[in-house]
Design a protein around this ligand. Structure first.
Ligand SMILES: O=C(O)c1ccccc1NCC(=O)[C@H](O)[C@H](O)COP(=O)(O)O
Length: 240
């Protein structure tokens, strides 16, 4: 995390007019589709190779496939992302866009505009309440990512209203869909709940959306980036 902490912020404080993620989720539900955040992830520590397509084209295909929102990696070293890709994508689509990165310092929020920003409880620790406030002050909708009960407690104490439960253990890099099933019942009903990572099949979608687990939305990267992006997105968004 030392390298992530060193990464620069922006030249000036940003002020965002965010596209509402909760409204986009409600509209997707009303349309009879599965609310899905499709992730533009050119590569990752657990993926072979790099997807070299223009990220804007990938993003447009995801939206054409029915994605409710997009997640765009801006981390350059391990995920092949950039703030420039995010800006171009947000310009090209009209759905909410999540900035996916390892944000550790307030100034890093100013590197680029987006509608949502990811804050990972595991990495920000005691700084979570201040970063949530700093993100909201700028107009961002913070999506707070957790993987354990302790992190969920910290997220709720920090006032989280959008929580992502990551099925991937970012220490061991192992994925277990049971993580979401275990923690989801402890999330209050008024919190918008996102199931992250490890969703590949329509059965996985249904598993995360089942009554007990109850994901309001899913965040999917690998299963969408691997092959025809539009078809992959459509398959998952129509698997009701
Ligand atoms: O995706 C990785 O390999 C990874 C490795 C180390 C830290 C984070 C990582 N991914 C971040 C994510 O949470 C996922 O990109 C996202 O939830 C989508 O997951 P998936 O659908 O399993 O690609």
């Amino acid at each position: 995390m030392d390298a992530a902490r060193e990464r620069p912020g922006g030249d000036a404080r940003v002020s965002v007019e965010a596209r509402s993620f909760p409204d986009a989720v409600s509209a997707t539900e009303a349309d009879g589709r599965v609310p899905l955040i499709a992730e533009v992830k050119p590569t990752s520590p657990t993926t072979d190779g790099v997807r070299e397509d223009d990220p804007v084209e990938l993003a447009r295909e995801m939206v054409a496939g029915g994605a409710t929102a997009l997640s765009v990696l801006t981390e350059p070293e391990h995920f092949g992302g950039s703030t420039e890709s995010l800006s171009r994508i947000r310009e090209a689509v009209d759905v909410p866009v999540l900035r996916k990165d390892f944000i550790l310092r307030e100034e890093q929020l100013d590197a680029v505009e987006s509608d949502l920003v990811l804050l990972i409880a595991r990495f920000v620790g005691d700084d979570l309440p201040d970063l949530v406030a700093a993100a909201r002050d700028r107009g961002f909708q913070p999506l707070i990512e957790v993987h354990t009960r302790e992190e969920l407690t910290a997220a709720l104490a920090a006032g989280a209203d959008i929580v992502g439960i990551n099925n991937r253990d970012l220490g061991k890099l192992e994925v277990d869909l049971g993580t979401f099933e275990k923690l989801a019942p402890e999330v209050p009903d008024d919190v918008l709940l996102v199931a992250e990572s490890g969703v590949h099949t329509t059965e996985d979608v249904q598993r995360m959306r089942m009554r007990e687990a109850g994901a309001d939305a899913l965040l999917v990267g690998t299963a969408i980036m691997d092959g025809n992006v539009r078809q992959n997105t459509r398959r998952l968004t129509t698997s009701t």
